[in-house]
Design a protein around this ligand. Structure first.
Ligand SMILES: O=C(O)CCC(=O)C(=O)O
Ligand SMILES: [Fe+2]
Length: 274
């Protein structure tokens, strides 16, 4: 399994941007099988909060897809080896259907620190730009809002479109701001989404062999375009999450930005010194 874990640099990217894209994860024949299952069968809610392995169907294309070694490696790196099933949905934008402002965050009241659920978005068919893949605004997962409070922000700077070939997988922190886009083609557009919860602290679950890679600070420092003058504040939020997932409680960067809020003579000297 370890060869399929995500690297520390990818984990840093997940902390900074809230998502990772993986091309060519699901082979063509499985993609076709999944499309048929999505169109023909209805998979209702499974047992929310039960072990994923026990709830997820076996012997189906969708069952095989989410058990591919690469998929398992991505899952294990972010939520550990035995995650819980939370939710799934086959998101459909029918041929010719236009979408208006739709930006939202899936989580409504989940503001837990040092915890995140993941969502895997799998595109079983080629999804060109005109078919309107999901859009995401990287880096917004550190800004909690209540679901549709952000409907009014449609054209945010830094927004990306998940336009991709069949078999592509996006994995994202549930709190990333996102939405669906208009489908200008004559083919229905599906995006299959699965949400999982961790069962262990999300600490060093990824491949840590490149934990000291010199590129990590600049990956964490990514500027997605919307942060503006708040970029430094966003970096500090990312550093807090990086400290946790990498188990480096004294990690800091830039001009030791965290020190600015932690240096308190006589109170927190151990942190300030770390
Ligand atoms: O249809 C889409 O691409 C996005 C749907 C959505 O909001 C979601 O997956 O949570
Ligand atoms: Fe959503």
């Amino acid at each position: 399994m370890s060869e399929h874990l995500i690297s520390s640099k990818e984990m840093a990217q997940f902390v900074a941007s809230g998502y990772l894209r993986f091309d060519d994860v699901v082979p063509e024949d499985l993609c076709e099988g999944c499309l048929e299952e999505i169109r023909e069968k209805h998979f209702g809610y499974l047992n929310v909060g039960a072990p994923f392995e026990e709830t997820w169907p076996t012997g189906t294309a969708l069952g095989d897809t989410f058990r591919l070694p690469k998929m398992q490696g991505i899952i294990e790196s972010l939520v550990g080896p035995d995650p819980l099933y939370d939710h799934h949905a086959a998101h459909l934008v029918p041929a010719g259907v236009m979408r208006g402002p739709d930006m939202h965050q899936d989580s409504v009241i989940d503001f837990r620190p040092n915890y995140f659920d993941i969502q895997i978005s799998f595109f079983p068919a080629d999804t060109p730009d005109e078919m309107g893949g999901t859009f995401l605004v990287p880096g917004t997962h550190h800004r909690n809002v209540r679901t549709g409070d952000i409907h009014i922000y449609q054209h945010m700077k830094g927004k990306i479109w998940a336009s991709c070939p069949a078999g592509t997988v996006y994995v994202w922190n549930t709190r990333v701001w996102h939405g669906s886009r208009s489908n200008h083609t004559d083919k229905d557009r599906y995006m299959y989404k699965l949400r999982l919860n961790p069962t262990v602290p999300q600490v060093r679950l990824f491949d840590t062999s490149d934990l000291d890679d010199p590129q990590i600070p600049s990956i964490l420092n990514a500027n997605h375009g919307w942060e503006g003058n708040d970029h430094r504040y966003e970096l500090m939020e990312r550093v807090k999450q990086w400290r946790y997932v990498s188990d480096q409680p004294g990690y800091d960067q830039g001009e030791k930005f965290m020190r600015r809020i932690e240096y308190a003579p006589g109170e927190k000297e151990e942190v300030a010194a770390g």
